[in-house]
Design a binder for this molecule. Sequence first.
Ligand SMILES: *Cc1c(COP(=O)(O)O)cnc(C)c1O
Length: 355
Amino acid sequence: MSRPAWVEIDLAALQANYAAAKKAHGGRVFAVLKANAYGHGALACAQALATASPPADAFAVAFVEEALPLRAAGITQPILVLEGAFAADDVQLAAQHQLWLVAHQAQQLQLIEQHAGAPLHIWLKVDSGMHRVGFAPHDIAAAHARLAALPQVEKVSFLTHLARADELDTPAPTEAQLHAFHTATANLAGWRSISNSAAILAWPQAHQDWGRAGIMLYGAAPCASSTALQPVMALKSRIFAQRWLEVGDSLGYGAAFTATQRTRVGLVAMGYADGYPRTTPNGTPVAIDGHLSRTIGRVSMDMMTVDLTDLPGVGLGAEVQLWGPQVDINTIAAANNTIAYELMCHIQRVPRVYR
Ligand SMILES: *Cc1c(COP(=O)(O)O)cnc(C)c1O
């Protein structure tokens, strides 16, 4: 690569975070690899986790097409398809490739009933209060009975998803969801799974047979917790040009920054086309050759500008970390009114470099 813009992926950190998720949750834990492993590269992450110590118990993806490249590359762990089947083909592919399907609505039960073939493991999704997808608690027993009657269904398990597990000072909605889930599934045999990362870290009551770790694997804490996580992704570039602004000079599109003192500006080869958000305000942290500084001026498509005034030793070619071990991605997300998940998923155009 000649343009100095890349994203480093630390696979040892990913493995350590998976071990931390297993330790925090107990039992078994899905490593969630949807959306290309939250922008980290699903195949490389799956291979690293499949050979980690401890190895991943299983993986989870959003839809069937996300699972197929993992199978094609020889990943043998179970893979849970979190949104289940969109069409009959998906059930066929799930049977053929031994994918575990979520079923969250009656149409999916029909697709499963219409399928004749290799044994299926279905995870019934309970809407315990998030009111996005899932069967109402009072419909779970009937849905379970329909599946249990089918020769093509070898096992039925249960999951639910928590809407507010990251809000530690608002426990009541999570407690209500746990209660609704347990009531709906009370007398039914099968594995249970409730916890996303926030619940793995902060809700021991939500720990069941299986946890589902997403964001914590990638080293971004979804809530306050005593579990140490290691950032996996480091978004990096270099200073490729520099200039001085005199007092009163303004910088870039919309003159979003105006110098109130002589200001040395560094141009960084990173823009919103790479996934660094355009909405980033002046003063957002960056690390330059290890020293903390700040963004100034508006982020453009292919480049952005940082303040070098207080870093006289830093010049052309200096390495800039936009987020990673030195700059918490949660800080960048908060400055942009979003969450680390979205920043990670939006990385594009820059090559991934695995460490
Ligand atoms: C994405 C997802 C997860 C993982 O959530 P994190 O907050 O990233 O840990 C777990 N369960 C379901 C159903 C999901 O869609």
